[in-house]
Ligand binder design. Structure first.
Ligand SMILES: [Zn+2]
Length: 309
């Protein structure tokens, strides 16, 4: 029998600072990630509002359309998904996110700046065993019917497997990504994938008060003819970004999923609807600790995250 190590919670080794502009609000924002005690989770702290705190949990999910926002007692924190994705992807359980405005900065449109900063300064193992949301039975959310129906479901399974399919207008078309967050390499294969938008939607979105901070440095911009500001970081960067968003939105369940997620043409609203359905159905999951997976070679880990397009 091989001895396996139980997995423990982690925080970051030292404070990390980021500054930039909010994708939708266009406001300038400074943000600091601060190490936090075991068991505290991810908590946003509005330094511009007397350090008012908003825990990153499904209970605080507010309006969700083009980004995921949290709200507590009328205080908002918007576009949380890329930061939360990076934290879950790297196994950082506890952190205080001190921020001086209402939206997380978009940076380069991906989770890579967070991942690079956290990997460079390191993480700190804590004394508490990490608890996972172990899925015991399927939970599904459907919207619409026919070929344009949206779907997301979570199922029992080992690891944190993701099967994501998208179907967007030209030039994206259909892409599918299969991977396992437990075995695979989040930092290299998911974190760099950037958000994207269509040039022809720009005026409509701006009229809705959205994408005021968008630029060619913070998003892939598409026309019917192709990518306006290439090159892409991956040939299937679009579906990889949807996986990045999914991981960040499901982080609002409060703990990492232990099971398999299947998503078809989903988005933030479907992702967070699944979190809320899951939280309501207490018979569908249990909190469980787990041992670390067997050590794999980097090549095997990469293959586990192989994409099919
Ligand atoms: Zn995104």
């Amino acid at each position: 029998m091989q001895l396996q190590e139980t997995q423990f919670e982690q925080t970051i080794a030292e404070p990390l600072s980021f500054s930039g502009v909010g994708l939708h609000s266009g406001v300038d924002v400074s943000m600091r990630l601060i190490p936090a005690p075991a068991g505290s989770g991810v908590v946003f702290r509005r330094s511009d509002l007397d350090n008012f705190e908003i825990p990153a949990t499904g209970r605080n999910v507010a309006k969700v359309s083009y980004a995921t926002s949290l709200m507590r007692q009328g205080v908002l924190i918007s576009t949380t998904e890329h930061l939360l994705s990076a934290l879950i992807g790297l196994g950082v359980d506890n952190v205080i996110v001190e921020i001086n405005n209402l939206e997380v900065p978009i940076l380069d449109g991906s989770a890579r700046p967070y991942v690079q900063a956290i990997l460079a300064s390191g993480t700190k193992r804590q004394r508490r065993k990490r608890e996972y949301i172990r899925i015991l039975k399927p939970v599904e959310v459907r919207e619409g019917e026919g070929p344009n129906a949206k779907f997301i479901g979570v199922y029992p399974g080992e690891g944190y497997a993701i099967d994501y399919s998208i179907d967007f207008p030209t030039p994206i078309g259909q892409e599918t990504f299969l991977g396992d967050l437990e075995a695979g390499d989040y930092a290299n294969l998911i974190a760099p994938a950037r958000t994207f938008g269509f040039r022809e939607d720009e005026a409509m979105l701006r009229n809705m008060g959205l994408i005021r901070g968008a630029s060619a440095e913070s998003a892939i911009i598409l026309t019917r003819d192709g990518v306006e500001n290439g090159p892409l970081r991956f040939s299937d960067e679009f579906v990889r970004h949807k996986v990045l968003d999914l991981i960040g939105d499901l982080a609002l369940a409060g703990r990492r999923i232990w099971g398999k997620v299947v998503a078809e043409r989903a988005g933030h609203a479907m992702h967070t609807a699944l979190v809320q359905r899951l939280m309501r159905d207490r018979s569908a999951w249990e909190l469980a600790t787990r041992t670390a997976p067997q050590t794999e070679s980097a090549v095997e880990a990469s293959l586990a995250f192989a994409a099919i397009a």
